[in-house]
Design a protein around this ligand. Structure first.
Ligand SMILES: NC(=O)c1ccc[n+]([C@@H]2O[C@H](COP(=O)([O-])OP(=O)(O)OC[C@H]3O[C@@H](n4cnc5c(N)ncnc54)[C@H](OP(=O)(O)O)[C@@H]3O)[C@@H](O)[C@H]2O)c1
Length: 297
């Protein structure tokens, strides 16, 4: 197959705007992958190591954008990402912009809309790894926006994360996926750390608990698909695991936590949620009924 620096392909040119911790890792992946890589960063000195490894440093974002059909932007905040792209002016026309900057879904959609008005194709990406994870087979990036850009630049994007997935034509959706993963993570971690406090307060090794309770913990995670299906259907009736059965266990956890002088705010929050659902007449429903509490505006 014959390719040139300006056409997508194994050795097509790539531009990276932003060389913070993450932007540097992204640029390094392209250099390692053999792509002619042009970089730009507000603080020019941060490009030094990349240039030593073969990257070309542009003096301005405009010069950088003009150098490649694929333009990656990764900075702090979408307002900054847009400002940098804006300074490329008419050179943005016809470029494929992949914005890997974190923010809200509305911010991602705003940059997408603006980029379309400039005549650029646009893909937003949500990175779900830290900088050292860039380039690894197990790393995840969710993409949303132009399917054409995703398909055309699949091989370049694959250098960033082995598990890149186009999740939507909507540029706002990847950030929601990222938040959903992080939200699940924080909820799970908070519950586990409260449990760890309960155990360590008694002098029980948390590692030993986890080894012995592993089947119960795994079974818990295995319930997520059925919870997801219930939420999607908006139907919460269940033949087992009804909300009313949760109540005594949560009350016990609150009393145990109070008696030990460990945090009782977290179990009390759960008790409050379950209590309200029971008061609303949902005693025989599955735990997934509580989604209505979180959906409330
Ligand atoms: N680091 C990670 O492991 C990680 C993981 C997942 C996602 N992310 C996301 O990746 C993005 C970059 O994060 P990072 O960790 O690389 O941040 P960082 O190390 O703090 O770097 C920030 C980058 O933004 C640039 N920047 C900030 N304000 C600017 C402005 N007003 N004008 C021009 N450039 C500006 C910085 O330029 P200067 O060098 O000139 O200051 C630098 O290139 C963020 O959205 C972050 O949430 C990072």
């Amino acid at each position: 197959m014959t390719t040139t620096a300006d056409q997508p392909g194994p050795f097509s040119s790539v531009t990276v705007l932003g060389l913070g911790e993450m932007g540097t890792a992204l640029a390094e992946a392209f250099v390692r992958g053999g792509h002619p890589t042009t970089v730009w960063n507000r603080t020019a000195a941060k490009a030094r190591a990349l240039v030593e490894r073969g990257a070309r440093q542009a003096a301005t974002p405009r010069e950088a954008v003009a150098a490649a059909p694929l333009v990656i932007v990764n900075v702090k905040g979408n307002a900054t990402a847009r400002e940098i792209l804006e300074s490329a002016g008419a050179d943005l026309v016809g470029r494929a912009v992949v914005n890997l900057t974190d923010g809200t879904s509305a911010e991602a959609r705003a940059v997408a809309g603006w980029a379309a008005e400039q005549g650029a194709e646009y893909l937003h990406g949500q990175i779900l790894t830290i900088a050292p994870g860039i380039g690894r087979a197990e790393s995840v990036i969710f993409y949303g926006g132009s399917a054409a850009v995703y398909e055309r630049h699949r091989s370049e994007l694959a250098l960033l994360a082995g598990r890149g997935t186009l999740v939507s034509a909507d540029a706002g959706v990847p950030t929601l996926y990222g938040m959903a993963v992080h939200g699940t993570m924080w909820g799970t971690l908070n519950g586990f750390l409260h449990a760890a406090a309960l155990l360590s307060n008694e002098g029980i090794e948390v590692t030993r608990f986890l080894e012995q309770a592993a089947p119960s913990v795994s079974a818990l995670l295995a319930t997520l698909p059925s919870i997801a299906a219930e939420v999607d259907r908006g139907e919460y009736a269940t033949p087992y695991g009804a909300l009313r059965h949760h109540l005594p266990s949560i009350e016990d956890l609150v009393r145990e936590s109070r008696a030990r002088g460990i945090d009782h705010e977290l179990p009390e929050y759960t008790l409050d949620l379950v209590g309200r659902a029971l008061d609303a007449g949902h005693a025989d429903d599955s735990y997934s009924r509580l989604v209505e509490h979180f959906q409330a505006r």
